[in-house]
Design a protein around this ligand. Structure first.
Ligand code: PHE
Length: 330
């Protein structure tokens, strides 16, 4: 059966070889039928069923390419249009795309709109305008790919570059969610990749407070991971936010009982966030005395890992259908 399934004729001669080997007068099907008389009576019925199935497979496979044998004879090539078509299994959505869609739709319901930006970005939008001037040590946090030795062009290291583009062009207030691919010069392993995906959120208006940030993110995780999910904020540092925090959620995989994902701590980190730095607002001619905002950025691979327990980043980009098909029913 394996041989049959693997067989693809290159031309009519190939197909004829196949027919002789499996279906010919001295072919395998005939030979097996001849063996039937040697099968003990009590097993004969079952053997007959198997042989029949095998013959049908061999014939169906032949029929599939039979038009090749008639190449040149236009009238014979038309085929029987009343025959059912060959099954064409539908593809499945990539798990990262499914999770990205879910993240975006949770924020859309809160009034955020979707914004995207270029993956090849200039220094200003990726770094300088975000309060990461040249020689700022924070640039070392993100191992950067430069484009063709041009120090002004980078593969964006985070989707915060879209924040910069939005503040530059959109009238206030703004409330956007920015999904996209980002790049960092890291050695590929189960835990790091040279590209991954982020979702950035940005909200700038009058009177936006840290309480708004907390409540918005709390709403997000309960929608994403269920109503019992708890959150915890830890002080952190990002050049573009002040104050800055990292947010953990209670581990939804082990329910706090200890697993590899939360390293037995009961908590998993899912995003960085904070209040938009006043200096950054000034870079875009926004008066920080009048306006304030919050921003957050999360890794889509991370959220997917928690949701589906995918623990090797490489699986996402290997295009192994055995991996991808596992998400067909999600
Ligand atoms: N851009 C940060 C990163 O890639 C995440 C972040 C976004 C943090 C917005 C704070 C606010 O690590």
């Amino acid at each position: 059966e394996q041989e049959i399934n693997a067989f693809t004729p290159a031309n009519a001669a190939d197909l004829e070889q196949y027919r002789i080997r499996f279906l010919g007068a001295k072919g395998i099907v005939k030979a097996l039928a001849g063996e039937m008389k040697n099968v003990p009576a009590e097993e004969r019925k079952e053997a007959g069923i198997m042989l029949n199935a095998f013959r049908q497979l061999a014939e169906a496979h032949y029929e599939r390419y039979a038009h090749m044998g008639n190449a040149g004879k236009e009238s014979d090539r038309k085929g029987d249009i009343s025959l059912p078509g060959y099954p064409m299994p539908a593809g499945t959505r990539h798990p990262l795309r499914m999770v990205e869609n879910e993240i975006v739709s949770i924020f859309e319901k809160l009034g955020f709109s979707v914004a995207t930006g270029p993956e090849i970005e200039d220094d200003w939008h990726n770094f300088t305008s975000l309060n990461m001037p040249e020689h700022h040590t924070a640039r070392d946090m993100q191992d950067t790919f430069y484009v063709q030795q041009n120090p002004d062009l980078v593969l964006r290291t985070h989707t915060s570059s879209v924040q910069a583009r939005i503040l530059e062009t959109q009238p206030l207030p703004v409330r956007v969610i920015c999904p996209g691919r980002v790049y960092r010069n890291e050695t590929i392993s189960a835990r790091a990749h040279c590209f991954f995906h982020q979702c950035e959120g940005l909200y700038v208006d009058k009177n936006v407070s840290f309480a708004d940030l907390k409540q918005t993110l709390y709403h997000f995780v309960t929608e994403m991971f269920g109503p019992d999910t708890k959150v915890r904020f830890r002080p952190s540092y990002f050049p573009f936010t002040e104050p800055s925090a990292e947010m953990d959620i209670s581990c939804t995989v082990c329910g706090g009982n200890g697993c590899n994902l939360c390293k037995h701590s009961g908590w998993v980190e899912i995003l960085g966030c904070g209040m938009v730095h006043p200096e950054l607002l000034r870079n875009f001619d926004i008066d920080p005395e009048v306006y304030s905002g919050f921003a957050f950025g999360m890794g889509v691979e991370r959220i997917t890992q928690i949701k589906f327990q995918v623990n090797d980043l490489r699986l996402y980009s290997q295009n192994d259908v055995r991996f991808l098909r596992q998400f067909s029913s999600v």
